[in-house]
Ligand binder design. Structure first.
Ligand SMILES: C[S@@+](CC[C@H](N)C(=O)[O-])C[C@H]1O[C@@H](n2cnc3c(N)ncnc32)[C@H](O)[C@@H]1O
Length: 250
């Protein structure tokens, strides 16, 4: 989602099923790569959870997990809290309105740190180093990050991202950033392009149905441009899940 801090924009996104590209089947696919490394009752944080699409997928796949979902948006947290209560999950899913750069998480306490499509807000490298101390020594981190997938980038796509997210790295660059921040790479997984439609389709429907009165025309144009850039991207960028564990000293 866009980083503009207009409350109307957060209200708009709060009505969407998700606030970034992603899909439950992909969340669960990545989880299945590491579930045998988790303890029976894992302690998990979902940082930058939005209205909690991934939080809720993790909660259903791991019925004995205790999950803390963190987002700085009051409206997203309220919506997720309501859904958690509706599903009877309040005893093990806590929703906290906080800055994910300083989450209310004790050092060395997490079996699994999850974050989909959110780390860029505080900088991927910064997130990697701020979050590593939160993990137990056997803990794991799964962080998805928009990533250059090819050197062949249509000019309009390269120009757009040079302004929108100049720090966007290639997979190799991000692997190297994770290694420098003290992680080992377990695996990576690229989100299929169809999972971007799960994010963009409800936005396009809202625009076409005129349910965007609260958003200014400039913001609506930005939303449309971002989708057009993805359509023109020729697969040159996408979300990559980085599946990480802390590297042991020595
Ligand atoms: C692109 S959305 C992804 C949301 C969700 N993970 C998903 O996949 O649908 C990024 C989220 O990060 C949150 N966010 C951005 N900066 C944050 C910060 N400093 N602390 C906490 N949350 C933040 C936004 O409110 C938003 O919910």
């Amino acid at each position: 989602m866009s980083e503009a801090f207009d409350p109307a924009i957060f209200d708009f996104y709060a009505e969407l099923p998700q606030q970034g590209p992603g899909r439950n089947s992909e969340t669960l696919r990545v989880l299945s790569c590491i579930s045998d490394r988790l303890p029976p009752r894992p302690t998990i944080a979902d940082l930058g959870c939005g209205t909690g699409r991934a939080t809720l997928a993790l909660a259903s796949a791991l019925p004995d997990a205790a999950i803390t979902a963190v987002d700085f948006s009051e409206v997203f947290c309220r919506r997720l809290r309501n859904e958690v209560a509706r599903r009877g999950l309040a005893d093990r899913v806590q929703v906290v309105e906080a800055d994910m750069a300083a989450p209310p998480t004790a050092r060395g306490s997490l079996d699994l740190l999850w974050s989909e499509g959110a780390a860029y807000n505080i900088g991927f490298e910064n997130a990697l180093s701020l979050w590593r101390p939160l993990l137990r020594s056997e803990g794991l981190a799964v962080i998805s990050e928009c990533t250059w997938l090819s050197e062949k980038r249509p000019a309009e796509v390269a120009t757009f991202w040079a302004t929108a997210y100049p720090a966007m790295g290639t997979r190799d660059e991000n692997v190297s950033r994770a290694t420098s921040a003290g992680y080992e790479i377990i695996d990576t997984h690229t989100l299929p392009a169809a999972a971007w439609d799960d994010y963009y389709d409800p936005i396009t429907e809202a625009i076409e149905a005129g349910r965007v009165a609260q958003l200014g025309p400039a913001f609506i144009a930005e939303l449309e441009q971002e989708r057009a850039i993805f359509a023109a991207s020729e697969g040159s960028y996408g979300y990559v899940f980085y599946i990480l564990k802390p590297r042991r000293a020595g």
